[in-house]
Each structure stands twice: as structure tokens, then as C-alpha cells.
Design a protein around this ligand. Structure first.
Ligand SMILES: Cc1cc2nc3c(=O)[nH]c(=O)nc-3n(C[C@H](O)[C@H](O)[C@H](O)COP(=O)(O)O)c2cc1C
Length: 221
């Protein structure tokens, strides 16, 4: 594919340790697989794992700190989000919804950091539906966050059979079929990413962001 200088962040949306349900943290292998595919497309890729971040347990978003005063881990991630061209959001389906761990992580950062860049939704499950129901509410969530998801979404049922722990394909996986399926979504994301980057160079809409969340989407008085 060859996407020179494109920076992609893969967000790993699981922090689950429990077994059962087995295997724990299926998301780690899905994120690793996405990273491997993206590396094959010659983009700069980084996986953000919430377990590696030392974020405060009491919720306080990055933009609520005075400039430069946010915890170091949060500040670093805010800079990476700003610098990225697009995002791959990897989420399990919990009770037909997106992962609360992923939402909690993303909620720390302002929509202005993600906005006017595309995202790709990747959901998975241990069972047969591949997180399809979670993906629907992820569209709403990511649209509000400003990184509009591309139309082709990735669902991975029985992810424990599709991928090994290191993110390589399982012995019985139809590799060509899966790669073609994943490639469709990534190609859309790359297309939008290049288009958005070119357009961002001309500036952003003047009324892109209200200072207060209550101002968002409100009809004008
Ligand atoms: C709290 C919870 C809720 C779940 N809800 C769903 C669900 O709605 N649909 C589904 O297909 N699987 C569901 N599962 C099973 C997950 O697909 C499976 O546990 C998967 O491994 C979760 O990803 P993770 O290991 O990365 O946390 C649920 C699992 C948990 C722990």
C-alpha cells in the first residue's frame, strides 16, 4: 500500500484480566495483528495500551489541567494523538456496547485532538457476532469525538481462533480472506486520512469547537 509518513495510533480497548471468560485480553492479539498489518502498509504505527499508562484513577480530562501541568503520561499521549493522522479503535463487545476501558481512555482527551481525522472501528468477540453491536454505538461515539469512522468496519468473531497471542494468524485462519477484509477498511482510512490532511493545511472550520461541552451541537439562540 505504501502510505509514506502517515502516523497511525492503534488504541487497545481492553484491560481485562479475568479468566473466565477465556482467553483474557483477546484485544491484545487483535491490536497486535492490526499493528502488523499497518506496518506492512509502511505507516508509522504505535499501539496505545491503557495498562501501560499511569493515568490518575480520579477522572480529570487533559484539557482541565493548566497548560503543561497534566501528568506526564497524559501529556505525552495528548501530543501523540495531536500528531497522528488517523486512529484504529480496537474494542471488545461488552453487553452489546463498546469497551468502557476504551471510552475511559479516550474521554481524557479533547475532541479537538482527534477532530478532522478519520478512524477505523475494529471490534471482536470470543463468540460469533464479532462485536457488531458495539461497533454501532462506536460510530456515534467516534463521530462526537470528531474522528469520523470510515464506513467499512471490521468485525472479528472467534478472535481466539483467528489470531495467536502474538497477533499472527491462527493455523486454520483463511489469511487471504482476512487480509482482504482488513485491507478494505484500512484503504478507506488511508484515503480519508490523506484527504483530511491536505484539507487541514487550509485551516479548520472557524466554529469547530465550543469551549464548553454544553455548547456542542446546540441550536443557535
Ligand atoms: C463483561 C463482559 C460482557 C460481554 N458481553 C459480550 C457481548 O455483549 N457480546 C459478545 O459477543 N461477547 C461478550 N463478551 C465476551 C467477549 O467477547 C470475550 O470475553 C472477549 O474475550 C472480550 O475481549 P477481551 O478478552 O479483550 O476483554 C463479554 C465479556 C465480558 C467480560
Amino acid at each position: 500500500m505504501g502510505q509514506t509518513h502517515m502516523k497511525v495510533i492503534v488504541f487497545l480497548g481492553s484491560v481485562r484480566e479475568s479468566t473466565p471468560p477465556r482467553p483474557a485480553r483477546l484485544g491484545a492479539r487483535v491490536a497486535a495483528a492490526m499493528a502488523r498489518l499497518l506496518e506492512g502498509a509502511e505507516v508509522d504505527v504505535e499501539v496505545i495500551d491503557p495498562l501501560d499508562l499511569d493515568l490518575p484513577t480520579v477522572f480529570k480530562p487533559h484539557f482541565a489541567y493548566s497548560a503543561g501541568k497534566a501528568p506526564v503520561a497524559m501529556q505525552r499521549l495528548a501530543e501523540k494523538i495531536e500528531a497522528a493522522d488517523c486512529y484504529v479503535m480496537v474494542s471488545p463487545e461488552y453487553n452489546h456496547s463498546m469497551s468502557p476501558a476504551l471510552a475511559n481512555l479516550l474521554n481524557h482527551f479533547a475532541s479537538s485532538s482527534f477532530a478532522f481525522k478519520p478512524s477505523a472501528i475494529v471490534t471482536y468477540s470470543a463468540g460469533q457476532w464479532g462485536g457488531a453491536r458495539a461497533s454501532v454505538n462506536m460510530r456515534t461515539y467516534l463521530s462526537e469525538l470528531g474522528c469520523l469512522p470510515v464506513s467499512a468496519m471490521i468485525y472479528i468473531p472467534h478472535a481466539q481462533d483467528v489470531f495467536e497471542e502474538d497477533g499472527s494468524f491462527g493455523a486454520d485462519a483463511d489469511v487471504a480472506e482476512w487480509e482482504s477484509y482488513f485491507g478494505r477498511t484500512l484503504e478507506q482510512m488511508f484515503w480519508w486520512s490523506k484527504a483530511a490532511k491536505a484539507q487541514r493545511a487550509h485551516g479548520l472550520p472557524t466554529k469547530a469547537f465550543g469551549r464548553d461541552p454544553s455548547q456542542r451541537n446546540a441550536p443557535l439562540k
